[in-house]
Design a protein around this ligand. Structure first.
Ligand code: TLP
Length: 344
């Protein structure tokens, strides 16, 4: 049977040979005692790339965000987030359950909370209101189709948040995609936030893991919260080793995923019954609306799966395609032929 062309997410990427070799050879220790040299190396590397003092290796992006919100807030605090942000939309209400925080959502402009939008959400002190202590940003923005938040917007919004006494956390799951699209170092984006979480296990191809970065004092408190959530890992150097290879070898090639996404978008736009605006494709995601009468995104996804093309529905009539290192330009060309065929 033919290998499926998996465009569901960049989370499906498999480790490279170099990662597997590094994992096999990794020097390890008990990381709860902070004695795993490979984890420590990864955390230092990650902190350095984000321009932060310290890093904390976590098993997933979800845990990294949960630990960050928990560390920045107290129970009953209000957190401002974009209405379709991953933390609000896809993290199983962890913000409410684990941090006891009140999420206040702001519909953004292609994923961005502008200073004007933040201003209108900030309520000021009043006996009836909860303390608002945290703003969360997301770059690239997943549900906005891998949209890149402009650096100027991030700076202006973050400055306003700081002036009003809020801390700023960045869900930078795909911060390197954003950095490449903006043509700036990831640290320039990270500089707009007090803490930044980024993922090793998406476009960078590592099998497991994310890193939360911030000041030394913040990371010390975050380490305790990670332990509380059960994220204190032992000989985690075995997986951290793949993360180091990911940071060393897999960042620059993300450009290729962006080019493939653009190629996919331009060609999907030519298929009757599908609507795509290639101009909105900035990184490795393509949002595609299914406008053929009687055909839902779910049903199209099912038909494509029968033909070995895997793609997720992202709404009743919307499909999300994600490009990554395990789909080549030739795979995408083949997927396009199959999609054309299925749409007839
Ligand atoms: N996103 C996944 C799904 O959860 C939707 C995907 O396929 O895109 N922040 C952002 C912006 C993310 O896109 C994701 C994963 C996470 C956090 C969570 O990371 P993990 O999956 O490692 O918990």
């Amino acid at each position: 049977m033919e290998r499926p062309i998996d465009l569901r997410s960049d989370t499906v990427t498999t480790p490279t040979e170099a990662m597997r070799r590094a994992m096999a050879a990794a020097e390890v220790g008990d990381d709860v005692y902070q004695e795993d040299p490979t984890v420590r190396r990864l955390e230092a590397m990650a902190a350095e790339k984000m321009g932060k003092e310290a890093g904390l290796f976590v098993p997933s992006g979800t845990m990294g965000n949960a630990v960050a919100v928990m560390t920045h807030t107290r129970r009953g605090d209000e957190v401002i987030l974009e209405a379709e942000s991953h933390i609000y939309y896809y993290e199983v209400a962890g913000i409410a359950v684990l941090s006891g925080a009140l999420p206040r959502t702001v519909p953004g402009v292609r994923g961005a909370i502008t200073p004007e939008l933040l201003e209108s959400a900030l309520r000021g002190p009043n006996i009836h209101y909860p303390p608002t202590t945290l703003l969360c940003m997301e770059n690239t923005h997943n549900r906005a189709g891998g949209a890149v938040i402009p650096l100027e917007t991030m700076r202006a919004t973050s400055d306003l948040a700081h002036r009003r006494g809020l801390a700023v956390h960045l869900d930078g799951a795909r911060i390197f995609n954003a950095a490449i699209a903006l043509g700036v170092p990831a640290a320039a984006i990270a500089a707009t936030a007090d803490s930044v979480m980024f993922c090793l296990s998406k476009g960078l191809g590592a099998p497991v893991g994310s890193v939360l970065t911030g000041t030394r004092a913040f990371i010390e408190r975050a380490r305790k919260n990670r332990k509380m959530l059960g994220g204190g890992m032992r000989q985690a150097g075995v997986i951290a080793a793949a993360g180091i290879v990911a940071l060393e070898t897999m960042v620059d090639r993300l450009q290729e995923d962006h080019e493939n996404a653009r190629y996919l978008a331009e060609n999907l736009a030519e298929i009757p019954g599908l609507v795509v605006d290639p101009a909105t494709v900035q990184t490795n995601m393509v949002m595609c609306d299914v406008v053929k009468p009687g055909l839902s995104a779910e049903e199209l996804s099912r038909r494509l799966r029968e033909r070995q093309v895997l793609v997720n529905a992202n709404g009743p009539s919307r499909l999300r395609f994600v490009t990554h290192k395990d789909v080549s330009r030739a795979d995408i060309a083949r997927a396009l032929e199959i999609i054309k065929d299925v749409m007839v």
